[in-house]
Design a protein around this ligand. Structure first.
Ligand code: C6P
Length: 409
């Protein structure tokens, strides 16, 4: 029996993608960590923009341009309120999480870090929170340090405190691991870093689909996320940054929208947030993300939390009781609704391919976290990542499909 109060049928009605067959089987979509499905409100808002409002923004005096500009800036305000940023100009539209981290690494990193300074990340980072810092290290000689983790997939906080020294000049950690589901103690990390005046970036890519976020309460200096993982469009995301940092940072890219005046002798840069928004942005994406925020505001978040907790514990116990050869990766006390696993020696790719033929969408592979695979000495995992629209019945179907997989090997 479902333990949650909220109306799952009504929620599922909002997501047309969920109501289809793949390979002749009703779709079970368990790849929400990669990207979430989109509610009708988002699909229709984007459709409306392209049918009725399409124009470039911040440029034209004509009617459509004003309409598009207003809709885009209104979306920024919605997102500002949603994450409780102090000012709309602290909310920068990006292409997504990856883009946001690259922006901070290049803009903040090149301006304020120098050779020998240490940047602290964790053992469970997505490549998007490793590679931009490695690139910076190659460019300016900074040094990357890594907080280790336990076999359960929990950060070694003693090691963190020992690694945080006078050499540490930046901390960049993931809030919720996309591979292990671990919810990291970012409050403790932020507090300890701030005690040493070290700024902190939080990778919130997997936070926003599962939790409400209050950036002021969290007190992160930078918080990055992607629209497409929070039921909004692909190709758009947010970099939240504290005004004091964003104002001090140089622009990341040059071009339209990020300038006040240009001459061949000198360019004067625009104010926030436009200083970091060079070129025509993903206008429909920004507006669509605003619609996603409206949708998320209408959810009962206590219900979401209870439902996702139930899905994770139901899936974990169903899998454990069904498969003696099961290995779960990520068994943190504090964990989001992500289940990474292997079944004996069956290669995740083979299992995922067969599960797909039975209508079950799982992700297989290293999930852009190769160091985690190295840490556990495995080639990859199968991953079921649940959203609030998933059900226990779908988990039963996944277990049945995996029984077929095991039977074939
Ligand atoms: N993780 C997954 O299947 P982009 O691609 O920029 O929207 O997000 C990158 C990213 C950064 N950090 C974390 C914690 C993430 O989970 C992701 C994306 C997807 O797990 C695709 S690899």
């Amino acid at each position: 029996m479902q333990t949650t109060a909220f109306n799952i049928a009504a929620i599922r009605e909002q997501f047309p993608t969920l109501h289809q067959k793949v390979h002749g089987q009703p779709l079970v979509y368990f790849d929400n960590g990669a990207t979430s499905q989109k509610p009708l409100a988002v699909i229709e808002r984007i459709n409306h923009y392209y049918r009725k409002e399409n124009a470039n923004i911040h440029r034209g005096v004509h009617y459509l341009s004003q309409l598009a500009t207003d809709a885009y800036e209104e979306a920024r305000k919605k997102i500002t309120r949603y994450i409780n940023a102090a000012h709309a100009y602290e909310v920068i539209f990006t292409k997504g999480t990856t883009d946001g981290i690259n922006l901070v690494a290049q803009s903040y990193g090149r301006a304020f870090l120098k050779a020998g300074d240490e940047i602290l990340i964790s053992a469970m980072e997505h490549h998007a929170n490793i590679v931009p810092w490695q690139m910076l290290c190659e460019q300016i000689g900074t040094v990357l340090k890594v907080i280790p983790m336990s076999d359960k997939g929990e950060l070694d906080m003693e090691a963190f405190h020992a690694l945080l020294t006078e050499k540490t000049k930046f901390v960049s950690v993931v809030h919720i691991s996309n591979t292990l589901g671990t919810i990291n103690p970012i409050e403790e990390i932020i507090e300890a870093a701030h005690a040493r005046n070290v700024p902190v970036l939080i990778d919130g890519a997997q936070t926003v689909p599962h939790q409400r976020v209050d950036v002021q309460a969290m007190d992160a200096d930078f918080f990055v996320f992607s629209g497409h993982k929070m039921f909004g469009p692909t190709g758009v995301g947010i970099l939240y940054g504290k005004e004091e940092y964003l104002n001090a940072m140089p622009p990341y890219q040059g071009g339209g929208d990020m300038i006040k005046t240009v001459s061949f002798e000198k360019t004067v840069y625009n104010d926030l947030p436009h200083k970091f928004e060079a070129g025509t942005p993903h206008i429909a994406g920004g507006i669509g993300l605003g619609a996603a925020v409206d949708f998320l505001l209408g959810l009962d978040w206590e219900g979401v939390h209870a439902h996702e907790t139930d899905l994770l514990s139901y899936a974990t116990s169903r899998m454990k009781e069904t498969f003696p050869q099961l290995r779960i990766f990520g068994e943190a006390e504090n964990k989001a609704s992500v289940l990474s696993f292997l079944l004996g020696d069956i290669h995740p790719y083979d299992a995922g391919t067969i599960a797909d033929r039975l209508g079950i969408a799982l992700r297989t592979g290293h999930h852009c976290t190769q160091p985690i695979m190295t840490r556990f000495a495995i080639p990859g995992t199968m991953r079921a990542s649940f959203a609030f629209y998933n059900t226990r019945e779908e988990i039963d179907r996944m277990v049945k499909a995996l029984e077929r997989v095991v039977g074939m090997f």
